[in-house]
Design a protein around this ligand. Structure first.
Ligand SMILES: Nc1ncnc2c1ncn2[C@@H]1O[C@H](COP(=O)(O)OP(=O)(O)OP(=O)(O)O)[C@@H](O)[C@H]1O
Length: 339
């Protein structure tokens, strides 16, 4: 399947989703970052979509969990096992010649020790060598921003666990900010709102579905009410209610404000020449959170800057990680310098 020299991989190890990009092929694997384990033996029962379908539905001896949360590794042995599983999947049956180089984009809150563990797991899974890449840098490459040129580009990557804001010029990050407020917080706010207002308990997947369908920053025009099912906390029985987009928009507003404030704070720290470049080109949103209805408009109004959503925002980091393979020598040198 892979030709010689075209088997190197880029991996976006995200808190919500893991994507693998194969050089010369594009994205070859896209699965949720979820693992199902046997509670007593810790043996892995399922990974990715299969494991995700088990969330909230497992018997007592199995747990389905997200080994990364809030942009950090909550369970690092499981993260390493998941990573190995995905790499093996990606390189399975494609053994032409030597082992692949792998570029890995890890959550920004990861510690140096955890990063080393992830890179070691990558090597153990069959990589010739593995190099880390910073998430906003990968997002900017994936969004086709001119990161290597002497001009300012601003990227805001809104993932599941973290929002990364960065201004990039000449192949480096000039100013950046990372906050642990992103897609998961939208879901949590929806759960909390529905519990408080309706005494109804809903699961993570329902909350995410509500966000995707009728979640919005501000304006809700064109978003119809939605029927949702949960468990009535008073009777203990299943119940269906209808909720409006206005209510959900209200529930999401604090999280939206936190993200917009992070962008404003980063702009305040941006050198004026680069800020002028960003004014011309616009702020580019990547990550799944970029798809929240109206977030681009609210951000543009609040920052008084043009704001654009990248093509395929969910894929930008993986594509950028893969494209960075073309500049692998730079990353090899960086790795040498930090050893
Ligand atoms: N249409 C949509 N509207 C709003 N949010 C969405 C939409 N589609 C996906 N999301 C959200 O995007 C988030 C996942 O985005 P992404 O895959 O970029 O994150 P990640 O890279 O796994 O996380 P991180 O960058 O924090 O490690 C989830 O919270 C998901 O619910």
């Amino acid at each position: 399947m892979f030709g010689l020299g075209t088997k190197d991989l880029g991996i976006d190890l995200g808190t919500a989703n893991t994507l693998v990009f194969a050089k010369g092929k594009g994205i070859v694997l896209r699965e949720p970052s979820v693992v199902a384990l046997q509670t007593d033996t810790k043996k892995i029962v399922a990974v990715g979509n299969d494991a995700r379908n088990m969330i909230g539905r497992t018997p007592g001896n199995i747990i389905a969990l997200r080994p990364m949360k809030d942009g950090v590794i909550a369970d690092y042995e499981t993260t390493a096992s998941m990573m190995k599983y995905y790499i093996k999947q990606a390189i399975k049956g494609k053994g032409m010649g030597g082992k692949p180089y792998v570029m890995v984009c890890v959550p920004s809150g990861i510690t140096a020790v955890e990063q080393r563990a992830v890179l070691d797991a990558t090597r153990e899974a069959g990589a010739r060598d593995a190099y880390p890449i910073e998430e906003p840098f990968a997002a900017a490459i994936g969004a086709d921003l001119p990161v290597w040129e002497p001009t300012g580009s601003m990227v805001v990557d809104i993932g599941g666990g973290t929002t990364e804001v960065a201004v990039i010029s000449l192949g480096g990050i000039v100013t950046s900010m990372s906050i642990r407020t992103a897609g998961d917080n939208f879901d949590e706010s929806i759960i909390a709102y529905i519990r408080k207002k309706y005494n109804l308990l809903i699961g993570d997947r329902t909350a995410e579905a509500i966000k995707v369908e009728i979640g919005s920053a501000g304006e809700v025009e064109g978003l119809a009410p939605m029927e949702i099912r949960g468990r009535d906390l008073l009777t203990g029985l299943p119940k269906t209610i209808e909720i409006s987009a206005e209510e959900i928009s209200g529930a999401l507003s604090d999280t939206v404000t936190a993200i917009v404030d992070a962008v404003k704070n980063t702009l305040e720290k941006t050198p004026p020449e680069l800020a002028a470049d960003i004014m011309d080109r616009g702020i580019v949103l990547t990550g799944g959170g970029a798809l929240l209805h109206n977030l681009d408009k609210v951000m543009s109004k609040e920052t008084e800057m043009p704001v654009l959503i990248a093509d395929e925002p969910l894929d930008c980091v993986a594509i950028g990680t893969g494209k960075a393979l073309d500049h692998i020598d730079l990353f090899k040198n960086k790795a040498k310098d930090s050893r």
